[in-house]
Design a protein around this ligand. Structure first.
Ligand SMILES: CSC[C@H]1O[C@H](OP(=O)(O)O)[C@H](O)[C@@H]1O
Ligand SMILES: Nc1ncnc2[nH]cnc12
Length: 290
């Protein structure tokens, strides 16, 4: 694989990839405004990748303010087909401890104030989202993590990520409710991103890095940024090792992904009857169907 096909979105704590070489900063313009920051194109051990700091390199954007559509549109415009999301999460299970890694395979949407679709304005599509994560990509992440034998860190393959609005952390009643639903981890960002990536036919998987036990835990009365930050820094080091190994494996054997044909049976508006302005705006997503 020589072309750029792999994108990385770094969440809280992961604002750059230290091993990236031959770096180029791209200010990408999109119909949805600018992405969270410049996209950083470079080579990771010889494989071209593009990196984006989800909250900006100085963490200036809160979850509700994130330009999710611009971020995914920019990745798509640059040719990204596989997108690895690294994210900080709170744990909703005793067995999932701080610094562990989770590869969620389900999401629950508790956001209220996000735009999670490129469609509307005269062009309607309904993607399938029963399996919101690309299992092939999550599988490669899992193999990469296992191969690294990270001391004292358990890998949890599968699990449900609750996506809350934030920016305040949960109340104890909310945290207990999500536990009663059997959910595994909680964060504020990955669900809109996963939906938009699927609409853009990009294979998406989340590397969730646990920072805390959320407020349900008897030893952690409340979550504080101070508590989270120490673990974020440790997680950022581990995440970079996992991402490097995952990229190496992806460059050798990219998995097949249903996400790459997600729009095949999703678009309900005949494209010749769709609003031409919307159709033109979505050209990078739709070009194989036009
Ligand atoms: C700093 S803790 C809360 C913050 O961290 C997570 O962000 P990301 O998913 O980008 O790593 C969480 O979703 C909140 O936005
Ligand atoms: N407990 C928590 N709740 C929501 N988002 C988080 N990100 C990290 N820890 C979190």
């Amino acid at each position: 694989m020589t072309d750029l096909k792999i994108g990385i979105i770094g969440g809280s704590g992961l604002y750059k990839m230290d091993a990236l070489q031959d770096i180029e900063e791209l200010q990408v313009d999109t119909p949805y405004g600018p992405p969270s920051d410049a996209l950083i194109r470079g080579n990771l051990d010889g494989t071209p990748v593009v990196f984006l700091a989800r909250h900006g390199r100085n963490h200036t954007l809160m979850p509700t303010e994130l330009p999710f559509r611009a971020n995914i549109y920019a990745m798509k415009s640059l040719g990204v087909e596989y997108l690895i999301s690294a994210s900080a999460v709170g744990s909703l299970k005793e067995a999932v401890k701080p610094l562990d890694m989770v590869l969620p395979d389900q999401f629950i949407d508790r956001t209220r104030n996000r735009i999670s679709t490129f469609f509307g304005e005269g062009l309607v599509a309904h993607i399938s989202f029963g399996d919101p994560v690309c299992n092939g990509l999550a599988g490669v992440l899992g193999e990469a993590i296992a191969s690294l034998n990270l001391p004292d860190i358990s890998l949890h393959q599968g699990g449900t990520y609750v996506c809350m609005e934030g920016p305040a952390f949960s109340t104890k009643a909310e945290s207990s409710l999500y536990r009663s639903w059997g959910a595994t981890v909680i964060g504020m960002t990955n669900l809109p991103e996963a939906k938009l990536a699927r609409e853009a036919e990009i294979a998406y998987a989340t590397l969730a890095l646990v920072t805390d036990y959320d407020c349900w835990h008897p030893d952690h009365d409340s979550v504080t940024v101070e508590m989270v930050i120490g673990n974020l820094q440790k997680n950022a080091v581990n995440a970079q090792r996992v991402i490097r190994e995952t990229v190496r494996r992806l460059s050798e054997a990219p998995p097949a992904s249903d996400a790459h044909d997600a729009l095949k049976f999703a678009i309900i508006t005949p494209l010749d009857k769709a609003n031409p302005t919307t159709r033109d705006k979505l050209a990078p997503l739709l070009k194989k169907y036009l």
